[in-house]
Design a binder for this molecule. Structure first.
Ligand SMILES: C[S@@+](CC[C@H](N)C(=O)[O-])C[C@H]1O[C@@H](n2cnc3c(N)ncnc32)[C@H](O)[C@@H]1O
Length: 217
């Protein structure tokens, strides 16, 4: 009998030390799927399912994040014409946020998201290699939305505020986006999102979002 190594998504525990110190126990895939079934409307069927936002505050190695992405991508494939898949898949990435304390988990979470995104496009024969805008935009969105930090304090390892960005669609311009940064801390304020404290950006095609200059630069 051959014993195969568990994949990242199947691994429950990395070490006893990490369980004790960081409470690191990963939710098994079948439970992730069952939990996501409870929000199937947000993931797959509501008219704006691509843009429904998810924040994983203790992202681990990305098991929830990647399952959310997988389900949104499958729904995009079903509900949108093929010519819209590139932009819509990027908007799906833009809707998924995560925070993770530990560096290795953080790296794994980002890598698993990019691999899922690539897998989707490779399966459809869409070029997504390192030199393509699709790859660059996806990498940029993942880097911007999945951050390393402490959800409880709202700080990064260097003591800065955890910053996210809202990716606004532009009315009347399909496939265009405008980035608006805000802090995690401002989500907790009664005043709501504070979009004023940070740089603002101009509008662009979402496939070019990685090239976007600050509007006030
Ligand atoms: C119980 S695991 C859960 C991981 C994933 N959510 C799951 O259900 O499989 C908790 C994760 O949260 C991370 N973590 C612990 N404290 C944290 C904090 N204050 N801010 C962000 N992440 C934290 C740990 O490093 C670990 O990866």
């Amino acid at each position: 009998m051959t014993v195969t190594e568990p994949t990242l998504e199947e691994q429950a525990v990395r070490s006893r030390h990490r369980v004790k110190t960081y409470g690191e126990v990963f939710t098994p895939r079948h439970m992730v799927d069952q939990m996501l079934d409870l929000v199937g409307d947000d993931l797959e069927t509501s008219p704006d399912f691509v843009d429904r936002t998810f924040l994983e505050p203790a992202a681990g190695h990305g098991n929830f994040l990647v399952a959310i992405l997988r389900r949104k991508l499958l729904a995009i494939e079903k509900r949108y014409p093929a010519e819209a898949w590139a932009a819509e898949s990027l908007f799906a990435l833009a809707s998924i946020y995560g925070i993770e304390l530990l560096e290795d988990n953080h790296q794994d979470a980002k890598a698993v998201m990019l691999a899922e995104f690539h897998g989707f496009h490779q399966a459809h024969g869409t070029p997504c290699g390192p030199d393509t805008d699709l790859h660059r935009a996806a990498t940029f969105l993942i880097e911007t939305n999945i951050v390393r930090g402490d959800t409880l304090t709202g700080k990064t390892p260097t003591g800065d505020d955890i910053q996210f960005s809202w990716w606004h669609r532009i009315d009347g311009k399909p496939g265009e986006v405008r980035r608006d940064p805000f802090t995690l801390a401002s989500l907790r304020d009664d005043a709501g999102f504070d979009f004023t404290a940070y740089d603002s950006y101009g509008e662009c095609r979402i496939e070019k979002v990685h090239e976007q200059e600050k509007a006030d630069a």
